[in-house]
Write a protein that binds this ligand. Structure first.
Ligand code: COA
Length: 389
């Protein structure tokens, strides 16, 4: 008889990893033993990619090698750019990203069994290309030509360059780079678990990342990034925050960007993103997004506390993503794509970890359907198809 676990696998340990550790009770996140409180201000996304994929922080020459490889793999196959030019301009950015990432596999050689190589270089290829897809679609849907990637810029700097055609200010590049660092990995979150399940069937990196993208897009996961921006646009001003929260909770809606399955304190990533949002608001000379987000967090805490004095709902990573990306001029419906451009480092790291010591992931379920009974021929079935007792 299988053991019945809590719905949503809450509290269930389904595997192990050396990539990252989420300590929800104390609000700590570490990548291979390095606290994100140290990584966010001191390491670049490229260094974190190296840490996750190769197991250690790079020395200078290793970092230069990785940057060269990333830079050289950013361009997309021309037919995929043409495909993007031929889809409706109203297509949702996450649908485009998921489809084109899957499409990349068509341009990668397969072996006799139809499998693609699933090695660290394929991982780097996907990390390199994902921002190119997001930026290309951003321009194509605005009726503009995509801008070719530059090999000499960082992942963050190059993304902002490909959107606007301008090399970004250091503060802007740094903000997006820090965002990518903070989003790079988060243990067995839903999309990473989906990637590992796909990989465990001996599917390849492209297919596993496609599964991860599909799982990320719902608004209980990465879709919350775009949803929390939508909330900010509805709240509009800090003064309206408390009323907005009261009305939303009365309608039994959730405040997007608040709450987390693992963290019972404030998500440690929120602190860095809040600081980044404040800094960016000063840089752009308009604190509207930051002030509104801050007021919304305060109001949510206050009203949720009133309703449930022992509640543990705090801001999560998606909450201050909204003012950071809005101040970088990224449209709200692209936020989840940017989440993916950071999390791809963790996804690919987990896929390679899974494949290195693989066992098919295949859980059980309890059956709660009808008792086993005789087959009913079609002419004897009731009008509504229900089997008579
Ligand atoms: N706003 C208001 N209430 C919330 C809430 C939120 N953002 N998040 C959780 N709650 C409440 C639920 O309504 C529920 O209340 P109830 O016990 O009275 O029914 C309780 O807290 C527990 O919620 P539950 O959905 O069981 O917890 P979970 O562990 O499954 O939820 C999330 C985790 C992330 C899905 C949830 O907090 C959420 O939906 N947040 C908003 C979406 C979001 O920001 N997702 C990104 C996560 S990084």
């Amino acid at each position: 008889m299988p053991t019945v676990v809590d719905r949503g696998l809450e509290g269930v340990v389904v595997g192990s990893t050396q990539l990252s550790n989420v300590e929800g009770g104390i609000g700590r996140l570490t990548y291979r033993g390095y606290d994100i409180d140290d990584l966010a201000p001191n390491a670049t996304f490229e260094e974190v990619v190296h840490l996750l994929l190769y197991g250690h922080l790079p020395n200078r020459s290793e970092l230069e090698t990785l940057k060269r490889e990333l830079g050289s793999r950013r361009s997309l196959p021309e037919p995929l750019v043409a495909a993007m030019q031929n889809v409706p301009k109203t297509a949702w950015p996450m649908d485009v990203l998921r489809t084109i990432v899957s499409g990349l596999s068509l341009f990668s050689p397969v072996n006799a069994h139809g499998e693609h190589l699933s090695d660290v270089h394929t991982a780097i290829e996907l990390i390199a290309k994902m921002p190119t897809i997001v930026a290309a679609w951003d321009r194509i849907r605005r009726g503009l030509e995509p801008i070719a990637p530059r090999a000499d810029l960082s992942q963050a700097g190059n993304f902002l360059y490909m959107r606007s055609g301008k090399v970004p200010h250091e503060i802007e590049e740094d903000a997006l780079d820090t965002y990518f660092v903070l989003l790079a990995d988060h243990s067995y979150n839903a999309s990473t678990f989906a990637a590992r399940v796909a990989a465990s069937t001996r599917s390849d990196v492209y297919a596993s990342v496609t599964a991860a993208l599909a799982t990320l897009q719902g608004d209980l996961h990465g879709g919350a990034a775009s949803a929390s921006y939508h909330t900010l646009t509805e709240v509009r001003t800090p003064e309206r925050a408390e009323q907005y929260v009261r009305d939303a909770l009365d309608r039994r809606e959730r405040i997007m960007g608040m709450g987390h399955r693992e963290y019972k304190v404030r998500d440690p990533r929120a602190r860095h993103l809040e600081a980044m949002a404040r800094k960016l608001s000063q840089h752009v000379g308009n604190s509207r997004w930051y002030d509104t987000a801050h007021a919304l967090e305060e109001a949510s805490r206050k009203v949720l506390q009133e309703k449930k004095p022992d509640n543990t709902i705090y801001a999560n990573v998606d909450f201050y993503t909204a003012p950071v990306l809005a101040d970088l001029d990224v449209p709200g419906d692209e936020f989840t794509c940017l989440f993916a451009c950071g999390r791809i480092a963790g996804w690919t790291g987990h896929i390679l970890e899974q494949l290195a010591d693989n066992r098919l992931i295949r859980p059980q379920a309890t059956y709660e359907g009808p008792q086993t009974g005789p087959f009913v021929p079609i002419e004897k079935r009731a009008a509504n198809g229900v089997r008579s007792a």
